[in-house]
Write a protein that binds this ligand. Structure first.
Ligand SMILES: [Zn+2]
Length: 385
């Protein structure tokens, strides 16, 4: 039996212990907006990593950001290590407000573990710990220095973490992201769309809709015309989508609306399309006489293009074969912190976390069987990359 197969067997024997670890992490609620909750989870994780003799650095955020701390855990192999670093990315925050656990407690049934953030992505955090345990138990080492970086705000755009993520990525030979795999087979993610939001603010002129409609400028009408225009910016075949998802405007039916706004979700598959799409939004001009239109926002999460993952995926596939797994790839319109690292030109492979379904919903779960498999895959990657 190869070393890698032995690691997988060792991990499978510990499936229930890893599942309990996920349960402990889920029990510490950590909404992105709950600084204290996130920091309690960071405390617990720091203690776990310290137990493993790993160098733990807590990167504190200014109180004013209202975000929790980042945690960077560095595992240094002994002599003969290859140069450079492998970055493993995960996040401690979830989309669930504190108190959700009461309605949605952690529970294990029928090969699944349910609870807020199980899949996205407390299981990923537990998988990383299990991968380190397995390598250590097998007296194996990572081929290079490994930095595990856990961020507190991935679910809300990573504003407080982006600079640290990019700094770590620049010194890394590869980035492995522990977001969930895709679908019931847990396909790895080799491409993600770039994501942004544009805001349209329209100002018109109020008037009585019955007495003097001619002196009004209807901001709602103007906005409707603008939305029709931006909807035409989408090019689905090129992977560009444009969706006005939130609109508001006007006050009451007998008043010609003085103001109206829209928030528009924009996604692109290719980085090269960002300037063109952005320019089309910036060039929007009023259509109705007397209306004003202000455009703000932009595409702030660049796409993770497939070419940045191609070779890493091939490598993962070959170590997967050695483990008896058939790994597949997928692409998604959703963003992750892997978008930032791939955009810097650093090879990035995503979707290495647990397998399950229902992320961000009351039915969120992981397949407990996937915990050992994913930990073995991560261990194999760290040992060989
Ligand atoms: Zn996530």
């Amino acid at each position: 039996m190869t070393n890698l197969r032995r690691i997988l067997r060792w991990l499978r024997e510990r499936e229930s212990a890893i599942t309990r670890q996920v349960g402990r992490l889920v029990a510490i609620e950590s909404s992105s907006y709950d600084r204290a909750g996130v920091n309690r989870l960071v405390d617990a994780l720091a203690a776990e990593w310290k137990k493993r003799g790993v160098l733990v650095e807590r990167i504190r955020r200014a109180r004013t950001t209202e975000r929790g701390d980042l945690l960077r855990c560095e595992w240094r192999p002994n002599a003969n290590a290859a140069a450079g670093q492998i970055l493993v990315l995960g996040h401690t925050d979830t989309v669930y407000e504190r108190g959700t656990l009461e309605r949605m407690p952690f529970r294990v049934a029928g090969g699944r573990a349910y609870g807020p953030g199980t899949l996205d992505m407390k299981a990923g955090l537990a998988i990383a710990l299990a991968a380190v345990d397995a390598l250590r138990a097998a007296h194996l080492e990572p081929r290079r220095r490994v930095a595990f970086l856990w961020t507190p705000d991935e679910e809300i755009g990573s504003g407080a973490s982006r600079a640290v993520i990019e700094r770590e990525a620049r010194r890394s030979a590869a980035v492995l992201v522990l977001e969930p795999g895709t679908g019931p087979r847990g396909k790895l993610k080799t491409a993600r769309k770039g994501v942004g939001e544009f805001r349209l603010e329209v100002t018109g002129r109020a008037a009585h809709a019955g007495v003097n409609p001619e002196s009004g400028v209807n901001a709602v009408h103007e906005l409707a015309l603008q939305i029709a225009r931006v909807a035409g910016f989408g090019e689905p075949r090129r992977g560009i989508t444009v969706n006005a998802d939130v609109v508001e405007g006007g006050t009451r039916t007998n008043v010609i609306a003085e103001s109206a706004r829209a928030r528009v979700d924009v996604r692109v598959e290719r980085a090269a399309d960002i300037p063109r799409v952005t320019a089309r939004f910036r060039r929007l001009r009023p259509i109705l006489p007397g209306a004003r239109v202000r455009v703000s926002g932009g595409i702030d999460r660049p796409p993770m293009e497939r070419r940045m993952a191609e070779r890493l995926f091939e490598h993962a596939r070959s170590v997967g074969r050695e483990l008896g797994m058939r790994l597949e790839e997928s692409s998604t319109g959703g963003g992750s912190d892997g978008n930032f690292t791939a955009a810097l030109g650093v090879p990035t492979l995503d979707g290495l976390g647990a397998v399950g379904a229902g992320a961000h919903t009351p039915g969120e779960y992981i397949r407990t069987r996937s915990l050992a498999d994913r930990a073995a895959l991560l261990a194999a990657l760290l040992h060989t990359l």
